[in-house]
Design a protein around this ligand. Structure first.
Ligand code: GDD
Ligand code: MG
Length: 352
């Protein structure tokens, strides 16, 4: 069985972070996002190949993930000649596959039991099975209405606030039968959410829902990208290095240097080669990427700092995200919610 990961979007809501780092490989702590998704897929031995459906900056993604052998999986890349939309991409990537295929949106993190979803798909002899999850703000997602037997009765992508009829949304994980792909045209962009799923409902195909109410998040906005780090630091999503890490849940790479007189408060993450100078404060929910230097009396809290940055003396970065190779001068203040693109330089005393 194959899994297709849809990883061809431009990640526009995560700009400027995704200008040089496509969303599928943005770091979550010190690992590219897709590593976490691949870990989940690996739990299903029946899946013998992962097909990455790419479009935006495919070479950057291939460079980072290689042939999958370092992760213990077999991986192949399919690059669309032009963006084909979510359905077009699935059809293009599936080639002439005949067997059921698992499809993942390349930006969702979850601990779902994928094997159980595949089992349900088979038991029900479904044409398509979709994972649903309850969320607080459904309007940013695909809304899915079901009947008491768990059949999908309606699929509405991102409806206006006045058309919300359920809080169960499309979690971006499907098992599909390729013999239903004939309704997807080959050469124009086609949406799985706006066209393919509604067509299953219209034609009365067996379209089954699997409801999951465990951990699930779409990392596609700066708020959600930050949230996923908090969730891992708080243990809501269990993974290294925070798995079973005792309070105060401070993860520091062995070669990071924290000078005497610096303060580090958990939960937080300090990666390889980091230098925290005397008087600096690393507050809760900070993530300091590899080789970053935090100078005397600087303060970082609730912020995600990508590798190779320099945070100058007395600078403060609270609840913000910094791309790689940023340079903050002395006494710079980065306002809450700011996202700095790679190589941003803020000169001494700049307040954003
Ligand atoms: N190959 C390829 N080609 N991939 C694409 C394309 C394309 O043309 N367009 C989007 N993708 C990929 C994105 O990279 C992403 O991984 C996935 O498809 C979904 O696209 P998003 O842009 O992240 O969509 P969304 O988050 O607004 O909505 C989707 O996900 C929600 C769950 O997170 C929809 O599937 C919603 O129905 C769903 O609720
Ligand atoms: Mg998304």
């Amino acid at each position: 069985m194959k899994a297709i990961l849809l990883a061809g979007g431009t990640g526009s809501r995560l700009r400027p972070l995704t200008i040089h780092t496509p969303k599928p490989i943005v770091p979550i702590f010190n690992r590219p996002f897709l590593h976490y998704q691949i870990d989940l897929i690996k739990k299903v031995p029946e899946i013998d190949e992962i097909i990455l459906s790419l479009n935006y900056q495919p070479q950057r993604i291939e460079e980072i993930l290689g042939d999958g052998s370092a992760l213990g999986v077999t991986m192949r890349y399919v690059v669309e000649p032009a963006p084909l939309g979510t359905a077009g991409a699935v059809k293009y990537a599936s080639g002439n596959l005949a067997e059921s295929v698992v499809v993942f949106n390349g930006d969702v993190l979850t601990q779902i039991d994928l094997a159980a979803v595949i089992r349900l798909h088979r038991q029900r002899e479904a044409r398509a099975t979709i994972v649903l999850t309850p969320v607080e703000n459904p309007s940013a997602y695909g809304l899915v209405e079901t009947d008491p037997e768990g059949n999908v009765r309606r699929f509405v992508e991102k409806p206006g606030a006045d058309r919300i009829t359920t809080n169960h949304i499309n979690a971006g994980i499907y098992v599909l039968e390729p013999d239903s792909f004939d309704r997807i045209p080959s050469d124009v962009p086609w949406s799985i959410e706006r066209s393919y799923f509604p067509s299953l409902v219209e034609r009365g195909d067996t379209f089954v829902a699997y409801t999951y109410d465990g951990y699930w998040i779409d990392i596609g906005t700066p708020e959600k990208y930050t949230q996923v780090h908090r969730d891992i630091m708080d243990g809501r999503y269990a993974t290294a290095p925070f798995l079973n890490l005792p309070a105060p849940r401070i993860s520091v790479a062995p070669d990071a240097r924290i000078e005497d007189g610096a303060t580090v408060e958990g939960p937080c993450f300090i990666d390889e080669g980091v230098l925290i100078k005397s008087g600096a404060r690393i507050g809760p929910y900070s993530v300091i990427g590899r080789q970053t230097q935090v100078d005397e009396d600087a303060s970082i809290e609730g912020a995600i700092v990508w590798p190779n940055c320099r945070v100058g003396r007395e600078a403060s970065v609270h609840n913000a995200i910094m791309g790689q190779h940023c340079h903050l001068g002395r006494n710079v203040r980065v306002a809450d919610g700011t996202v700095l693109g790679d190589r941003t330089t803020l000169t001494d005393y700049t307040h954003t």
